[in-house]
Design a protein around this ligand. Structure first.
Ligand SMILES: Cc1cc2nc3c(=O)[nH]c(=O)nc-3n(C[C@H](O)[C@H](O)[C@H](O)COP(=O)(O)O)c2cc1C
Length: 404
């Protein structure tokens, strides 16, 4: 069993239990999501689950023989007792969907099949994702069993509300595969940032011209979102101040949505009080319309120009509040990357700056990867080329952790 701080999840092992609920059809997608992170997945199926998803599907996507038997004659580890070998190998035991029946077995320590034996034997964190009919979920027996599991330190990913496969409406839906994978990640990382309070600004700002038009930029918030998720899974208390974006932030973060540069400045100033670290990953507008028009500018108005004024520079404005807080800036440049970033680092009194090249494929706004440099007052810390934003986020947090 091991844990991970900033390094990636490759080499981690998830023992993934699938029980006999209708939502078992989502299991192959969960496996694919875990495998995409480099995680080794051992799928363990209860007998009932094979009515809803086939072992062959799970074997194919996991790339491993699916474990179903408590008493196999041939097992992947023929010289070992299989349920103990699997229990010991797990960095995380995850059960999704978990039926009412299986939750009752877990709560009562029943060990009558392979998965329930593994659950008793493992010392790894256990994540249970209940999914069932709303009345089964609300039944006092199920409620009590889930509470018992929580008291014992089992992690529960609560089901979502909505239309259920059985025809009822209510709580009981298994969350979507991406959400389950995100939750699994959280239990695989070392909590090396716990006790640190982080504020991350993300996305663009929108500067309104009139009720229908605005000025914005190409920032999508993806770099900021990667930082937020990485900080959360590593245990930091994380607050996001975000301009308008189309993405969702990690479910554990406190999210404050703003629109304009002025609103972002106010939110950052307020949030700074409780923060140890500020990461300014937002692409804040430098200019805003000098005057907001209360009614829509008409085509016939023959508008020749829109007068702009400078916005307040957030980092310069909050500089007096910095004290012993750690400030990280971002710079997006098309040329003279290191030089411009170093100037910004010095003039704004930052502790670190991450400079991205924009305007080229594989880096900057909307891209999955970024290229650039990380600079601190002592010199250049790192140069990165087309690095995945998630990997870059962990790298930035590693550097921060060494310095706070
Ligand atoms: C069509 C159908 C759908 C079912 N869906 C669920 C479900 O979503 N959640 C649940 O807790 N039980 C569900 N059940 C009941 C379980 O399959 C049953 O309790 C079974 O014993 C669970 O076995 P297991 O926990 O060993 O996998 C369903 C049964 C049928 C016939």
């Amino acid at each position: 069993m091991g844990s991970t701080s900033g390094e990636d999840l490759a080499g981690k092992t998830v023992v993934y239990g699938i029980t006999g609920g209708i939502a078992a059809y989502k299991a192959p997608l969960v496996v694919r999501g875990l495998k995409a992170l480099g995680i080794d997945v051992y799928a363990v199926m209860t007998e009932a689950s094979s009515h809803f998803v086939t072992p062959l599907s799970l074997q194919t996507v996991s790339g491993r023989a699916v474990c179903t038997e408590l008493f196999p004659l041939i097992s992947p580890d023929a010289h070992q007792v299989e349920h103990i070998a699997l229990a010991d190998r797990a960095d995380l035991l995850m059960i999704a969907p978990a039926t009412a029946n299986f939750i009752a077995k877990l709560a009562n320590g029943i060990a009558d099949d392979l998965l329930s034996c593994i659950a008793l034997a493992t010392r790894a964190p256990v994540l249970v994702c209940p999914s069932m009919n709303v009345n089964m979920y609300n039944h006092p027996a199920t409620r009590k069993n889930i509470e018992l599991l929580k008291e014992r330190g089992v992690h529960i990913l609560e089901p979502a509300a909505g239309e259920l496969a059985c025809g009822w409406e209510g709580v009981g839906r298994l969350p979507e595969p991406e959400r389950i994978v995100t939750e699994a990640k959280k239990h695989l990382y070392q909590k090396d940032l716990s006790g640190i309070s982080l504020v991350v600004t993300c996305g663009p700002t929108s500067e309104d011209i009139d009720p229908v038009r605005f000025i914005t930029n190409r920032s999508t918030g993806r770099m900021g979102a990667a930082l937020v998720e990485a900080a959360c899974v590593r245990g930091a208390s994380t607050k996001v101040i975000s301009g308008p974006v189309a993405l969702e932030y990690a479910p554990w973060a406190q999210v404050l949505m703003v629109r304009s540069a002025e609103q972002m400045l106010a939110a950052v100033t307020e949030s700074l009080k409780d923060a140890d670290v500020l990461i300014m990953a937002a692409a804040v507008a430098d200019y805003t319309p000098a005057q907001y028009r209360e009614s829509k500018i008409k085509k016939g108005d023959k508008l020749a120009a829109i007068e702009l004024k400078s916005t307040h520079d957030i980092l310069s404005t909050i500089k007096p509040l910095k004290k012993d807080k750690f400030f990280v800036g971002f710079a997006a440049e098309t040329e003279n990357l290191s030089e411009s970033a170093r100037n910004k680092l010095i003039t704004k009194g930052l502790d670190m700056i991450v400079a991205n090249r924009v305007g080229e494929p594989g880096s900057g706004f909307g891209s999955d990867t970024n290229s650039g440099v990380i600079i601190v007052p002592d010199g250049t810390l790192d140069t990165f080329e087309r690095l995945g934003k998630e990997t870059l986020a962990h790298k930035i947090l590693d550097f921060i952790r060494e310095r706070v």
